[in-house]
Ligand binder design. Structure first.
Ligand code: CP
Length: 333
């Protein structure tokens, strides 16, 4: 049997570098076939369940569209309309859904609960459980980021990448995106700088694991509270901010976003990606962002819409990487 078939996809650390490479190769193959209009019915007549506790644009739709393109049917489940609202356990939910279909995917970012919930489902599900983002990890995002960087640059050894944000464990906010990135990128020999204001440190175990990965694969990991140091000479920057997040066009506040309610957050409003800061980076620097981006507080339009931005290519690769993971976990022999 294929080494992928039937496995859970909770954290990329559960996959060797060679396995991650294979996922990327399959992603690229599926991307080419998609571009050529070639059918890819690898999961014909299979069903899966997409359970969301939080909102999503990219993750939900890359999975839903991707699974349809592989010949299957994905059922969207809003956790608030399930019996979870009446206290049904992860165990019972996982056992039942895995008897109905071929995989379960779930997003649950609630701090202190999300990853535990995913692991509990994985323990009881008889079919693969995929992590669509929890409080600790967002493996699909990090994978799409990696694919995009490899497409643009090729060999990533000694490429300086600056992840300019983090939520501290003590803030009880999901830290899944920077954690997945800071763990994965050193495995590709990248020089990772994690920059954030003092008091916003990722947990020690994350940095320790990232440094171990760097030592094994020839990358490096540096943590700083100096934003300028992160931009200086960077080949890739991934900046975020901690500001209030209200969309100008809809007037809606982002669910789960951090409102600027206390002075600690207000103090860091200056951590915004601007053209002026980008000048200090490499002349071919690439701007990345998992999206959704806060165009008021996180980044200037001229950067995210400018020539250095690759955010839409990055988002598109969510589709191709999602399809590769589903194909490998649910298909094959
Ligand atoms: N990047 C990401 O996960 O986007 P969504 O929240 O829209 O799924």
């Amino acid at each position: 049997q294929s080494i992928f078939r039937g496995r859970h996809f909770i954290n990329l650390e559960d996959f060797t570098k060679e396995e991650v490479d294979t996922i990327l190769e399959v992603s690229l193959d599926l991307k080419k076939k998609f571009a050529m209009g070639e059918p890819t019915p690898y999961l014909l007549h299979q069903s899966m369940f997409l359970m969301f506790f939080e909102q999503s644009t990219r993750t939900r739709n890359s999975m839903e569209a991707g699974f349809a393109q592989l010949g299957g049917h994905a059922g969207f489940l809003d956790s608030s309309s399930m019996q979870i609202s009446h206290g049904e356990s992860a165990k019972d939910t996982a056992i039942i859904l895995s008897r109905f279909g071929h995989a379960i995917a779930c997003r649950y970012c609630n701090w202190g609960y999300g990853n535990k919930y995913l692991n509990e489902m994985a323990k009881w599900s008889s079919k693969p459980v995929m992590n669509l983002q929890c409080d600790l990890y967002h493996p699909f995002q990090a994978l799409a980021d990696l694919m995009t960087m490899k497409e643009k640059i090729g060999d990533l050894k000694r490429v300086k990448i600056s992840i300019i944000w983090a939520y501290a464990e003590s803030h009880k906010k999901p830290i899944s995106v920077p954690v997945s990135q800071v763990l994965l990128f050193p495995r590709y020999g990248m020089d990772v700088t994690l920059a954030h204001p003092k008091g916003w440190e990722l947990p020690d175990w994350v940095i320790a694991q990232a440094k171990e990965n760097a030592a094994k694969y020839g990358g490096s990991v540096k943590v700083t509270d100096n934003e300028a140091e992160a931009y200086a000479g960077a080949h890739i920057v991934i900046p975020k901010n901690w500001g209030n997040w209200v969309n100008d066009q809809t007037g809606l506040a982002a669910a789960g976003a951090v409102a600027v309610v206390d002075d600690k957050l207000k103090a860091h409003k200056g951590w915004k990606c601007t053209e002026a800061k980008m000048v200090a980076a490499d002349k071919n620097v690439m701007y990345m962002h998992a999206l959704p981006a806060d165009r008021n507080n996180e980044v200037e339009d001229s950067v995210i819409d400018g020539p250095h931005s690759i955010v839409y290519d990055e988002a598109e690769n969510r589709l191709h990487t999602a399809k590769a993971v589903m194909t490998l976990l649910m298909g094959g022999r």
